[in-house]
Design a protein around this ligand. Structure first.
Ligand code: DAH
Length: 363
């Protein structure tokens, strides 16, 4: 009888063509009321002599069946996996169905280009908060209260009951406070650029309440204006990807630099369009202001707790949106922030075009 049961169960195990069917056989044989389980239960009512003979046979049957089920389970699982792998193959050489969606905004693109160009010159990228206090945004930059420069900045102040450490708070009007934060946080020598958002209460075709600037700061021993001029020339040539670019430094005034210079870049006319580079001293050529700069004022260095007799440096500040417009040919600044998909599809950059100096920073 046991031989017959074993044959029946073995046949059922062989015949099981799925894991579910196999499990049904398992329950039928080894479950609580299964055929083999019932046989095991009969051992209790046997005499010791009978049990000596039957025990090993029944237990042997139990383990044979359990082993056979286990082996079949492995085989079925293998077969199922093989089937799935065969049906789930992907042809990676097929073209993607849709064009990749989304693109990099020209402002982000230019910030990446700046980081790449200045990294090559040994500059790190620094950041600071967009909500600033009076001291960092103005006072430490040698713009004391009642200084006319404050009125010129069209500042967005927070309410009178929104003070931080007794200081009025505001949306930063320029990236220059990052100079202060860097000098108070780090030991010189310092070489940083600080790109980011800035805010002024101003709005027309060339001004938006939020815009972008990049600040540059170098603090070291024996730094002079020659370093400033070379750095700016190298930067502007790399950015516009032309060697025939001339800069003009005009004396100017900023409270945080002494002496100060505004920097113009030469443009010329090509196919009826103004392009950066070429000879500015022709009928159609001319100069375009692109940034403010100068040697960091001693008072600023002192305000940051450094000795201006040991540490000097230069700084510059530049509008990123304007750089993007000049390089990539947009003419209305407001379109930068309208969020019009057609605009970004036209002017945006592929996320895979990471600017590198070796391949040319522009896309
Ligand atoms: N912070 C100035 C502005 O927003 C720009 C500027 C000028 C920054 C001269 C500088 C600098 O670092 O040296 O108008």
């Amino acid at each position: 009888m046991m031989e017959q049961l074993k044959q029946e169960l073995s046949a059922a195990i062989d015949a099981a063509d799925s894991l579910d069917a196999l499990d049904a056989v398992r329950v039928q044989a080894l479950g609580k009321n299964g055929a083999v389980t019932s046989l095991l239960k009969t051992l209790g009512s046997m005499t010791p002599e009978e049990r000596k003979v039957e025990g090993p046979r029944i237990n042997g049957l139990h383990s044979d069946i359990a082993d056979a089920i286990e082996a079949k389970r492995d085989a079925l699982a293998d077969a199922e996996l093989t089937k799935r792998l065969a049906s789930e193959t992907l042809d990676l050489s097929l073209p993607a169905k849709d064009r990749p969606k989304g693109s990099v905004h020209p402002v982000s693109q230019v910030m990446d280009e700046l980081a790449e160009i200045f990294a090559d010159l040994g500059f790190a990228v620094a950041t600071g908060p967009e909500i600033e206090d009076d001291w960092h945004n103005f006072t430490a930059l040698n713009i004391p209260e009642s200084h006319p420069a404050r009125a010129m900045h069209d500042t967005f102040y927070f309410g009178e009951n929104q003070m931080r450490d007794g200081q009025p708070m505001m949306l930063r009007t320029h990236t220059s406070p990052v100079q202060i934060r860097t000098m108070t946080d780090q030991e010189p020598p310092i070489r940083i650029i600080a790109p980011g958002r800035t805010y002024r209460s101003d709005s027309d075709a060339t001004h938006t309440p939020m815009f972008h600037q990049v600040e540059g700061l170098v603090i070291d021993r024996d730094i002079h204006m020659g370093h400033l001029k070379w750095t700016l020339e190298t930067f502007v040539k790399a950015f516009f990807e032309r060697d025939d670019i001339v800069l003009r430094l005009r004396p100017s005034y900023f409270p945080f630099t002494e002496p100060s210079a505004e920097v113009d870049v030469g443009y010329s006319l090509k196919d009826g369009k103004r392009i950066i580079g070429g000879d500015p001293n022709t009928e159609e050529g001319g100069w375009m202001e692109i940034l403010g700069s100068g040697m960091v004022n001693r008072k600023v260095i002192e305000a940051c707790g450094l000795d201006p007799d040991i540490w000097q440096g230069f700084a510059f500040g530049c509008g990123i949106d304007r750089l993007a417009m000049l390089k990539y040919g947009m003419d209305d600044l407001r379109a930068f922030f309208d969020g019009d998909l057609r605009w970004i599809e036209h002017y945006g950059f592929s996320a895979l075009d990471v600017p590198t100096l070796s391949a040319g920073v522009g896309a």
